[in-house]
Design a protein around this ligand. Structure first.
Ligand SMILES: *Cc1c(COP(=O)(O)O)cnc(C)c1O
Length: 435
């Protein structure tokens, strides 16, 4: 399979090039040229497959022979060693728990697969790759963990001092080996500007092999399609239609779900659940895409005012908004509604949901009731572990949220970040002296 840029359909590139380049020229996003439909026999016999087996079969389509089968199998087994269970709360409602990875959010799937495919593709080059990432929290820790100990690649994370949560900072700053965390005396925007300046600095680029690993890399979306198919495997009554609610920000997770649907996964409807940052919800309502500045909410990983993957969704449907509306419903919720959902899920099902999943839950509930749908498999994608948002969740449910061991382990480790001023000259000197 070749990959074309949303800004230039005439010059497709290989899987390798799409991953190593990340972003196409002029800011285009890479898209798979054509997504084939998996044979009916695949879905008929899906019950007998494991998550890793499903992932491998789907990955083969996207890699199209560029990684030999045995190596691809190793990548899948190493990257996706943790489960993605579908947990039933009632006959109509299940949660797809995507927080069993090392940093307790679904971004582990994408970041780990991307890290290992990059490692594979640069294995025989003699130039070390240096990945610069600006992060406001979750992405950085998933990327750092994904690349931790990966050969031939070093990661430099930039995060704003005092502006990430205690847990997030621990997740970001306690790794060593090939990961370096820079605690920037500035804002997230300063971190982003520093990374951008580094990418265009001629002297740095002549001396160092710089790359990015941000969320628009197609290698982060591909593995996210695996767990939708794996969720379907776990659905008990496959004669009833499947409706999947995805808590959405940058729309990467939703786009991966749409890839899975293109592969033939029988999903009746996707729901894009948004918080007050509802640019996509408004786009579906008005057919106008008007990016805005993001506002802060309880489901902060969805605080995105200009969702970059919308371009991919529009491309997937050839710009036909009626077709998009047929497949996707969207609704936006306030922090108040988010709190109510957390409470309701706890009281009704004795399940502790995180603020992102809570937005998804509310949207699914509303969609089913306003369409008077009864016999469906409703699935809410639970994107993070509630312990990551311990304060908010405990305040609502008045009940302790237990920390998983992999989180307490990292909290006990020593912070190793290097405090740095926000001037580009300081970062540049640091990179030239240390890499
Ligand atoms: C990143 C993230 C989201 C939003 O996902 P997108 O792919 O950006 O739409 C939702 N929930 C959590 C916990 C996240 O980390």
């Amino acid at each position: 399979m070749k990959y074309f840029s949303t800004k230039d359909k005439n010059n497709p590139v290989t899987f390798r090039e799409a991953i190593l380049q990340g972003l196409a020229k002029e800011g285009g996003l890479f898209m798979p040229e054509e997504i084939p439909i998996l044979p009916k026999s695949f879905f008929d016999s899906i019950d007998g497959l494991s998550f890793q087996e499903i992932s491998y079969e789907v990955a083969k389509i996207f890699c199209d022979g560029e990684i030999p089968d045995r190596d691809l199998q190793m990548i899948i087994e190493t990257a996706l060693y943790f489960p993605a269970p579908l947990v039933e709360l009632s006959e109509q409602l299940s949660l797809l728990e995507l927080f069993h990875g090392p940093t307790l959010a679904f971004k582990d799937f994408g970041a780990r697969f991307m890290a290992l495919t990059m490692e594979y593709f640069i294995k025989n080059s003699n130039r070390e790759l240096i990945i610069l990432v600006a992060t406001s929290g979750d992405t950085g820790s998933a990327v750092a963990n994904g690349f931790f100990g990966v050969g031939g690649i070093k990661v430099v994370l930039l995060y704003p001092s005092g502006k990430v949560s205690y847990i997030q900072e621990k997740q970001l700053s306690t790794l060593d080996k090939n990961i370096t965390a820079l605690e920037i005396n500035g804002t997230f925007d300063d971190c982003q500007r520093l990374v951008k300046d580094a990418f265009i600095d001629a002297e740095l680029n002549a001396k160092l092999n710089l790359s990015s690993a941000n969320s628009i890399n197609i290698a982060r979306l591909i593995p996210q399609s695996f767990y939708y198919i794996n969720a379907y495997r776990q659905v008990k009554d496959k004669t009833m239609p499947v409706v999947i609610s995805v808590p959405s920000g940058n729309l990467g997770n939703l786009t991966a779900g749409l890839f899975a649907k293109k592969l033939g996964l029988p999903v009746e409807k996707f729901i894009a659940a948004t918080n007050k940052n509802n640019v996509f919800t408004e786009y579906l309502n008005t057919a106008q895409f008007i990016p805005r500045k993001s506002v802060q909410t309880l489901s902060n990983a969805m605080d995105v005012g200009n969702p970059s993957n919308l371009e991919r969704i529009i491309e997937l449907y050839n710009g036909d908004i009626e077709k998009i509306r047929k497949d996707i419903y969207s609704k936006s919720y306030s922090d108040e509604a988010t709190r109510e959902s957390i409470k309701e899920v706890f009281e009704k099902y004795n399940y502790i949901i995180d603020p992102h999943g809570a937005v998804g839950y509310q949207a699914l509930k509303q969609f089913l009731s306003s369409n008077d749908l009864k016999n469906v498999n409703g699935i809410v994608v639970e994107t993070a572990h509630p312990a990551k948002f311990k304060d908010v969740v405990e305040d609502v449910i008045k009940h302790e949220v237990k920390m998983p061991e992999r989180l307490t382990d990292c909290i006990e480790k020593e912070k190793k970040a290097i405090l740095m001023e926000k001037e580009f000259s300081v970062l540049k000197e640091f990179l030239l002296n240390n890499y």
